[in-house]
Design a protein around this ligand. Structure first.
Ligand code: EPZ
Length: 421
């Protein structure tokens, strides 16, 4: 297994291009199943999770070809006649569950393995299931698989989500595009990735209003046609790299960065003493003089502070001036990076869903272990400013969601290398 070695190397400076959004892509790719005509996605990031999603679609009979150094993904579902998403692939990536709605819409049936355990929480699918049942599907769990059937097709419905689940909003929105009649999703997720998926589905001929708000209305149409769609920039990758000059000092320009996708996060950084300037090419981030101020953070559904940036923020607040309280309201087990940061000298107290972080002057490099995708990159951020060497092991987690991570950090002057062990 590879490790990444980071040595604190003073302030960072330079430009980082922001890639296409992993989480947008994982929702867009299953949309190919809704039409027999080709769907082409551009600005696709080169990530392990995208490779897994491609494998899954191929197992369903979708033809896929990756062009232009992986940035363009051409998908064709003409021969996609297999409604079964096998455990062997689904267990590698929870987002495989986003084929459930499209398979049901395409075949009138779907057999999709439950993803199984995930480091950050149980992550049940009850909201997905109740939403699709409202559209007329019969769904039961057998041998670890969701067996879904809609022999008479799907019918539009009024659906009230108990929680604004991102994946459930995507599954139901895709299934509703060719259901008979009108579907309304109340308390829908509002993430930019939902807006991007709605844009793509609309380009394919779907009729969708309200994406990005908590009420999405979908008028069913007979069929969808092909389209070409550019994947939206990855706001979580963007936010992660925005923290590099804040943790280490210096200034970094995020090429393609967009403030509108991370409003809450940007406001919290400015509260902590960070300056964020919109430039012709993106966002310029620099730490103002003096220490970072401690700030309290509570993760929330969009447009609140993103849970996917909580670990990275904790790395920053570990050396802020004062005490910060972080509350994780989305996942029940998303503080696994805290003990690793404590190995580096961070002063963190975990109490259920709340982490109290007392800022220390400086962290010290140490061998640490990545436990999940976002935790792994928070340890690299901590290593940028730590005294000495930090060795992050199990970096396969990183490959899932960060394209060319060593190259991007090196590009701003970080002393970082990947070693095979
Ligand atoms: C998406 O996961 C993202 N993944 C996650 O990013 C992100 O953390 C999450 O949204 C929240 O923003 C993708 O888009 C591929 P949810 P998703 O359904 O759709 C509970 C990353 O690091 N819930 O909004 O699975 C669930 O257990 C990943 O890139 C139910 O209880 O998130 C969780 O506690 C991690 N029942 C909460 O809701 C359900 O049926 C949020 O889940 C569905 C969800």
């Amino acid at each position: 297994m590879d490790s990444i070695v980071v040595k604190g190397n003073g302030p960072v400076k330079g430009k980082i291009p922001v890639a296409g959004a992993k989480n947008a892509c994982l929702g867009l790719m299953p949309a190919t199943l809704l039409s027999d005509e080709p769907l082409t996605l551009t600005n696709v990031p080169r990530l392990a999770d995208i490779e897994t999603a491609t494998q899954l679609l191929r197992s369903l009979g979708v033809e896929t070809s990756s062009l232009q150094d992986g940035q363009v993904l051409a998908l064709s579902s003409q021969g996609a006649d297999n409604p079964l998403a096998h455990y062997d692939i689904v267990r590698k990536m929870r987002a495989s569950n986003l084929v459930l709605g499209p398979l049901l819409a395409r075949h009138g049936k779907a057999i999709v393995s439950l993803p199984g355990g995930c480091a950050i929480g149980a992550r049940p699918m009850d909201i997905h299931v109740s939403g699709l049942e409202a559209l007329g599907a019969r769904i039961e769990l057998k041998d670890g698989y969701l067996h879904a059937e809609a022999p008479n097709g799907l019918k539009g419905a009024q659906i009230d989500f108990r929680f604004a689940s991102v994946g459930a909003t995507e599954n139901v929105m895709m299934a509703a595009t060719t259901a008979k009649g009108t579907t309304v999703i109340n308390n829908a997720a509002r993430e930019p990735e939902i807006v991007d998926l709605a844009r793509c589905l609309t380009a394919m001929g779907a009729q969708i209003d309200g994406a990005g708000t908590d009420r999405i209305e979908i008028q069913g149409v007979d069929r969808l046609h092909g389209a070409t769609h550019p994947v939206v920039v990855d706001r979580i990758e963007q936010g992660t790299y925005m923290l590099a000059p804040v943790v280490a000092g210096g200034d970094v320009e995020l090429i393609g960065g967009r403030r509108d996708l991370l409003q809450s996060f940007c406001e919290k950084l400015e509260e902590a003493g960070v300056s964020i300037t919109e430039t012709a090419d993106g966002l310029l981030v620099k730490r103002q003089d003096g220490p970072i101020r401690a700030v309290d953070v509570r993760t929330e559904v969009y447009p609140g502070f993103p849970t996917d940036l909580q670990a990275q923020m904790m790395a920053l607040l570990s050396t802020a001036d004062g005490t910060s309280v972080l509350e994780e309201t989305i996942f029940e087990n998303r503080f696994m990076h805290a003990p690793e940061l404590m190995r580096m000298g961070a002063d963190i107290e975990i109490n259920g869903a709340t982490a109290t972080v007392r800022g220390v002057k400086q962290l010290k490099g140490a061998p640490v272990m990545a436990t999940d995708l976002r935790a792994s990159v928070s340890l690299i951020l901590a290593g940028l400013a730590a005294e000495g060497e930090t060795i992050v092991s199990r970096v396969y987690h990183l490959d899932r969601g960060y394209e060319h991570v060593v190259r991007k950090f090196r590009g701003i002057g970080a002393n970082i290398e990947r070693i095979s062990s």
